[in-house]
Design a protein around this ligand. Structure first.
Ligand SMILES: NC(=O)c1ccc[n+]([C@@H]2O[C@H](COP(=O)([O-])OP(=O)(O)OC[C@H]3O[C@@H](n4cnc5c(N)ncnc54)[C@H](OP(=O)(O)O)[C@@H]3O)[C@@H](O)[C@H]2O)c1
Length: 325
C-alpha cells in the first residue's frame, strides 16, 4: 500500500477502514479481519459510538502480535460538544481509553460546529441533540471560535497524546484563517470526496499549502441510501463512465472510485462490514488509471454533497445548520 507523507514526516496509509455505522457487535471482529486483510489505518470517531469495541479489536491484534502499534495508524475525531478548550483533552483521553491506546496518530475536529457541552455521565457519545428528551429537541450551539479549539488541539500534540492534528469539513476560508494563528499547522483535512463531489479547488488549495487530504464517503451515495439521503439513481458505482472503466480493467466500480481517489493524491477511508469487500477495497495498488480515465472521472463532478449538515440537520434534527454556504 502507498502512503502520504504529512508535514510532520509521518506517513498516512493511503487506504483506511472507515468505522462509521459499523455495529458495536461487529466492530472488534472487523478490526481483526481488517488487519489480517492488510489494513493498517483505521478511521474512528467518538461520534461513531464504537470506539470501545474497536479498542477490543485492537487489543486482540496487538496482543497476538499480528501487527505492531508502530505499524498501525489510528485516527479519531473530536465531537462537536467538546470544542471549548477545557473539554478537548478529556474528550481525547476518553477516545484513547476506549481505543486502549496511549496516543492517536491523528486527531481531527469533526465539524466546524461547536455545540453546547454534554457531560460524559449524561450521554456518550452525545450526538446532535442537546436534549433528546425535550419537547422539541434541537441542536444547540456554543459560541466557541475555532482558534480556541485549535489551541487545545495543539496542546495535545505538545503533551504527547496525539501525533498529528487536523480538521474535517472545513473549506478554504476557514483553513486560510486557521493558518494565520496556528502554531501547529493542520496536517490533514478530511472531507467528502468522490466522483460526484471532486472538490478540485479545495484539493488543490490543500496541495499548495501542505495539507494532506483524506476523502470520506469515497464510494459516493453508497453510504447514504439507508439513511434516505441519496436517491437510487445517484449511485456513483452505477455510473456508465465508472463501470466502463471498471470493465476495461477487470475491476469493480468501487475499486475504480477508490483508485481514482488515491491516484489524485488523496487518501481514502472506505467503510465495509463485509470481509470480501475489505480485500476488494484494498486491492487497488496493482493497476493504474490512464490520464484520460482520470479526466473522464474528474468530469463526472456534479457538486453533489451527500453529507451536508445544512440539509440533514433540518430534516433529522430540527435545526438549520448550514456550514458550506
Ligand atoms: N469526517 C466526517 O465528517 C465523515 C463523514 C462521513 C464518513 N466519514 C468516514 O469515512 C468513512 C467512509 O465513508 P462512508 O462510510 O460514509 O461511505 P463509503 O465508505 O463510501 O461507503 C460505505 C458503503 O458502501 C458499501 N460498500 C463498501 N465497499 C463496497 C464495495 N466494494 N462495493 C459496493 N459497496 C461497498 C458499504 O456497505 P457494506 O458495509 O455492506 O459493505 C457501505 O454501505 C466512514 O466510515 C467514516 O470513517 C467521515
Amino acid at each position: 500500500m502507498t502512503s502520504i507523507e504529512l508535514r510532520t514526516g509521518d506517513r498516512l496509509p493511503s487506504v483506511g477502514l472507515g468505522m462509521w455505522k459499523v455495529d458495536k457487535g461487529a466492530a472488534a471482529g472487523l478490526v481483526s479481519d481488517a488487519v489480517d486483510a492488510g489494513y493498517r489505518h483505521l478511521d474512528c470517531a467518538c461520534d461513531y459510538g464504537n470506539e470501545a469495541e474497536v479498542g477490543a479489536g485492537l487489543k486482540r491484534v496487538l496482543s497476538a502480535g499480528r501487527c505492531s502499534r508502530e505499524d498501525l495508524w489510528v485516527t479519531s475525531k473530536l465531537w462537536n460538544t467538546y470544542h471549548a478548550a477545557e473539554h478537548v483533552r478529556p474528550a481525547c483521553e476518553r477516545s484513547l481509553k476506549d481505543l486502549g491506546l496511549d496516543h492517536l496518530d491523528l486527531y481531527l475536529i469533526h465539524f466546524p460546529i461547536p455545540q453546547k457541552f454534554v457531560p460524559f455521565e449524561e450521554r456518550y457519545p452525545p450526538e446532535w441533540f442537546f436534549d433528546p428528551n425535550a419537547a422539541s429537541p434541537k441542536v444547540e450551539l456554543a459560541p466557541v471560535p475555532v482558534s480556541e479549539t485549535w489551541g487545545a488541539m495543539e496542546k495535545l500534540v505538545e503533551d504527547g497524546l496525539v501525533k498529528n492534528i487536523g480538521v474535517c469539513n472545513f473549506g478554504t476560508s476557514l483553513l486560510r484563517d486557521l493558518s494565520y494563528y496556528a502554531r501547529i499547522q493542520p496536517a490533514v483535512l478530511q472531507v467528502e470526496l468522490h466522483p460526484y463531489l471532486t472538490q478540485s479547488k479545495l484539493v488543490r488549495f490543500c496541495r499548495e499549502t501542505g495539507i494532506a487530504v483524506t476523502g470520506f464517503s469515497p464510494l459516493g451515495a453508497q453510504s447514504y441510501f439507508s439513511l434516505n439521503m441519496a436517491e437510487q439513481d445517484e449511485a456513483v458505482l452505477n455510473n456508465a463512465v465508472v463501470t466502463d472503466i471498471a470493465a476495461k480493467h477487470g475491476r469493480s466500480a468501487a475499486q475504480i472510485a477508490l483508485r481514482w481517489g488515491v491516484q489524485r493524491g488523496t487518501s481514502v477511508v472506505p467503510k465495509t462490514g463485509r470481509v470480501e469487500r475489505l480485500r476488494e477495497n484494498l486491492a487497488i495498488f496493482d493497476f493504474e488509471l490512464s490520464a484520460d480515465e482520470m479526466q473522464a472521472i474528474d468530469a463526472l463532478d456534479r457538486g453533489r454533497r451527500f453529507n451536508d449538515p445544512g440539509h440533514f440537520a433540518e430534516g433529522a434534527f430540527n435545526t438549520f445548520l448550514p456550514i458550506y454556504e
